[in-house]
Design a binder for this molecule. Structure first.
Ligand code: ADP
Length: 351
């Protein structure tokens, strides 16, 4: 079963306080869409509107072609996994996984096979008889995922599913989720996270949320390489954001002419922001030379992060294979290739 999700002008308010503002967003069948944004931006609310745990003040939620806005959660054909596993402590693993099937009144004879299949898929077949308290956090989360998958949902809703796990387990589970999605290519996944690594790793597209609104939506590569807003630029990856002037003659930073492509959305004569990713800034002479002094150096294993003050602006450069670490206060030159500069116009993206 393959079904996408569509938010059609979905607004949710609590006591007159709008926490999700006319969300329009489509998750294609089989697509992984990450909802990425800071805490309180409305991500969980959007997901709960799909699950049926919150009722929109206006707008519609569709799963496949079906308007589910008025349907109770158990009739929506969704699987859901939340941060805190939410397993039933008094039920063994197998009964936890069977729970949704029983609630759906699946034929009794089918249940053991479906439970075994879901536990197999999440690598938990050997733990069927245990109670949740006898499992580690990572194992409990696998059971929660098995429980969500047992009903063979067309739509899987994941709400910060990895945030209760430690860093090492998280990266293992991230790979597991990617594998599960490859095994279940028809399942549409809506994945709520505030972690850009999770979003960049797992998602086909990322919807960037801020203050109850959708700010941007695109593939990880699009958002990273061509962000449309300062918010996206700084939330998806690190960004140098420099205030520049755009004139018919070109782009300048404090009087220094720069060679960067001027996109259609940026008006000549207007103030704009130049976004350059730190790993695309090089040390030494080159195009778009920026002269400054070293304010801070951080060693990060594979790279050095240099913070360089350029005419009052702090510019970050992630430099590999640095032969000599510059000292604080050293005069240095940074540069970046013209195609690595992205101009963001003021007011782009409805800010
Ligand atoms: P996110 O998932 O992005 O952290 P949420 O969707 O959980 O954000 O919350 C968005 C806003 O809605 C927050 O300001 C939060 O305090 C508020 N909110 C969420 N649930 C409720 C509720 N049941 N009652 C009142 N306010 C709520």
């Amino acid at each position: 079963m393959s079904s996408g999700i569509r938010f059609d002008g979905v607004t949710v308010a609590y006591g007159g306080n709008v926490v999700l503002d006319s969300l329009d967003l489509t998750v294609e069948p089989g697509e992984v869409m990450a909802l990425l944004g800071p805490s309180g931006s409305g991500k969980t609310t959007a997901l709960r509107a799909v699950a049926g745990f919150v009722t929109p003040a206006s707008g519609r939620v569709l799963i496949g072609d079906r308007d589910v806005t008025g349907l109770p959660p158990h009739k929506r054909g969704i699987g859901m996994v939340v941060q805190q596993y939410a397993l039933f402590p008094h039920l063994r693993v197998a009964d936890n996984v069977a729970f949704g099937l029983r609630a759906q009144k699946a034929p009794k004879a089918e249940i053991p096979g479906r439970v075994a299949e879901a536990l197999e898929m999440t690598g938990m077949a050997a733990y069927a008889k245990r109670y949740p308290r006898e499992l580690s956090g990572g194992q409990q989360q696998r059971v929660a995922i098995a429980r969500a998958l047992a009903i063979r949902p067309g739509v899987l809703l994941l709400d910060e599913p990895l945030s209760a796990l430690d860093a090492q387990l998280r990266s293992g589970m991230l790979a597991e989720l990617a594998r599960l999605h490859r095994e279940l290519p028809d399942v549409s996944i809506l994945y709520v996270t505030h972690d850009q690594v999770e979003a960049l790793t797992l998602a086909d597209r990322i919807a960037v949320m801020d203050k109850a609104r959708l700010r941007d939506c695109g593939t990880p590569q699009e958002l990273y390489r061509r962000p449309r807003t300062e918010f996206t630029a700084s939330f998806v990856g690190n960004a140098n954001l420099l205030p520049v002037k755009v004139s018919p003659a070109g782009v300048s930073l404090d009087g220094t002419e720069l060679d960067v492509p001027v996109s259609d959305g940026v008006a000549a004569g207007a103030a704009a922001t130049l976004c350059v990713r730190p790993h695309l800034v090089g040390l030494g002479e080159g195009p778009n030379a920026l002269r400054g002094t070293v304010a801070e150096v951080q060693w990060r294993g594979a790279t050095h992060r240099l913070y360089v003050d350029v005419a009052g602006h702090r510019v970050m450069a992630d430099v590999r294979e640095l032969r000599e670490t510059p000292a604080l206060g050293d005069a240095v030159t940074l540069h970046f290739a013209p195609e690595d500069g992205v101009l963001l116009g003021a007011g782009v993206g409805g800010e």
